[in-house]
Design a protein around this ligand. Structure first.
Ligand SMILES: NC(=O)c1ccc[n+]([C@@H]2O[C@H](COP(=O)([O-])OP(=O)(O)OC[C@H]3O[C@@H](n4cnc5c(N)ncnc54)[C@H](O)[C@@H]3O)[C@@H](O)[C@H]2O)c1
Length: 450
């Protein structure tokens, strides 16, 4: 009998299953009919993904990797006996053909390395948001997924939740007419977690932490208790500040509903930035090409964070209501929609929408959508073909934040000479400020190049 690789077995099994009934794969007595998954990261959001992906009846976890030996407690309780690893490169090499898919839940600066290595091995990938740490990496994620032909999904799970599905459906169906402008905002600040401008002095590395592997491709620096876990987000070398953290969530319904892809121009202003930390407050203005859903030839989308948000009067909401702390405001020709971050859509002015019948919508498990697609070979709506351009846009905002700062008018807080970056998405470069191109990527520590 010819030998059949696990991969082709799974593919064939799922094709047969798709033509009869999907659960045939799940019910198969062959243990190989399960999707064998590993996780890079075993705690924090990585564990939330592990729990949710692992709740699918057709999933078996076969490896957990974490650089911190004290962070396996939750996975050991939930999936006892699964093998531990410290270095994902060794996990991939050792498990070889014994795994089909990877969930990546590391800090942002390591997403691309872990995910691209996996895709080159033809593994399906679920990768946390933002898809990658830079514009260039976000582009490579899309291209590698295309080349490998694997099933991918970004971990902005609200994409599949009923709130965003209903909001995007209403916008697509024209509930507020063609869209004139969009405002998106988040309440957190870019240096919320550390509330400092410079790193703490170096300290001894805790015995449980492999600092060299945590740093990975970033420039080496001494360990200090202001990075791992969780608070790495504030630092430019590891995270993306408020926009990097929340842009792929909050701009996702804007992209999905309005079919956006790449901006034409980007400009930014902020409360001040150094080479270490993201600013406390920022505003990024994107201009996108218009389409059949927009009122004009172009569409302005304004992002703000750190306490900035649009004037509530724009929404034409009742006087006793406030805009949510985080979310989006869509201004349409026939009315406005407020879509709070993980909240249902609200249409204003109220009197215009009295008696409006909201269609019935369903929420899905974002994780199971990916597992099902891996098993059936279908495409997800939040695959890297979509998540790549969304993440590029988010990271372009961060490039603008680092580049567009200049002398500020002390009375108004506006830049004296606003720099408007003109983007050439095809060429992956700026048309008018070539010196900003260097910020599209980063230098990798030797041995960690992509
Ligand atoms: N989708 C969401 O709602 C959501 C929420 C929180 C975080 N996130 C994203 O999840 C990712 C992780 O964020 P977090 O808050 O859980 O961070 P965290 O620092 O709390 O957890 C990261 C985990 O990965 C481990 N880790 C770090 N580097 C590693 C490496 N090279 N190899 C293996 N393991 C490694 C850490 O030890 C830790 O257990 C980020 O990309 C973040 O943006 C998404």
């Amino acid at each position: 009998m010819p030998t059949v690789s696990r991969r082709s077995f799974l593919k064939n099994a799922s094709l047969t299953a798709a033509s009869v009934a999907f659960p045939a794969v799940v019910k198969s007595a062959n243990p190989n009919s399960k999707l064998q998954v590993v996780s890079v990261g075993a705690n924090g959001m990585a564990f939330s993904d592990i729990k949710n992906i692992g709740a699918h009846a057709a999933v078996k976890y076969v490896g957990f990797c974490d650089i911190d030996s004290q962070r396996f407690d939750k996975v050991d309780e939930a999936f006892p006996g699964t093998q531990h690893f410290t270095d994902f490169r060794e996990m991939y090499a050792q498990l070889g053909d014994k795994f089909d898919a990877v969930s990546v839940g590391t800090p942002d600066h390591m997403h691309a390395k872990a995910a691209i290595m996996a895709m080159r091995l033809k593994k399906h990938v679920y990768c946390q948001k933002p898809l990658a740490h830079t514009v260039w990496e976000s582009r490579q994620m899309r291209l590698e997924a295309e080349k490998a032909g694997v099933v991918t999904q970004m971990g902005n799970q609200i994409h599949s939740a009923i709130e965003y599905r209903l909001g995007t459906r209403l916008l697509k169906e024209g509930a507020i007419g063609k869209i004139k402008e969009v405002h998106s905002w988040v309440a957190v600040t870019g240096n919320e977690r550390n509330k400092r401008l410079e790193p703490l002095p170096g300290a001894p590395v805790p015995a449980n932490v492999n600092w060299d592997l945590w740093i990975g491709g970033a420039p080496m620096r001494e360990y200090a208790p202001c990075y791992h876990p969780f608070i790495w987000r504030d630092w430019q070398d590891f995270g993306g500040g408020a926009l990097g953290d929340f842009g792929c969530h909050i701009l996702d319904p804007v992209f999905t509903a309005l079919g956006l892809n790449a901006p034409l121009t980007i400009t930014a202003r902020n409360s001040g930035i150094n080479q270490h930390i993201w600013p406390t407050t920022e505003e990024v203005e994107y201009v996108f090409p218009g389409n059949q859903l927009t009122a004009e030839k172009t569409l302005k989308v304004t992002w703000s964070d750190g306490g900035l948000r649009p004037d509530r009067k724009l929404a034409k909401m009742p006087d006793n209501l406030e805009l949510p702390k985080s979310g989006s405001l869509f201004i349409g020709e026939l009315g406005n929609m407020v879509l709070g971050h993980v909240a249902g859509p609200r249409l204003y002015p109220t009197e215009k929408f009295t008696g409006f019948k909201y269609p019935k919508e369903q929420g899905l498990s974002h994780w199971h959508v990916w597992v099902d697609a891996c098993l059936s070979g279908s495409k997800t709506s939040d695959g890297f073909h979509y998540a790549g351009p969304l993440s590029e846009t988010v990271q372009l905002g961060n490039v603008a934040t680092r580049f567009c700062t200049g002398p500020i008018d002390s009375r108004t807080g506006d830049p004296l000479e606003p720099k408007i970056l003109e983007w050439d998405a095809e060429k992956l470069s700026f048309k008018n400020f070539p010196e900003a191109n260097a910020l599209l990527t980063k230098t990798y520590r030797k041995g960690w190049e992509i």
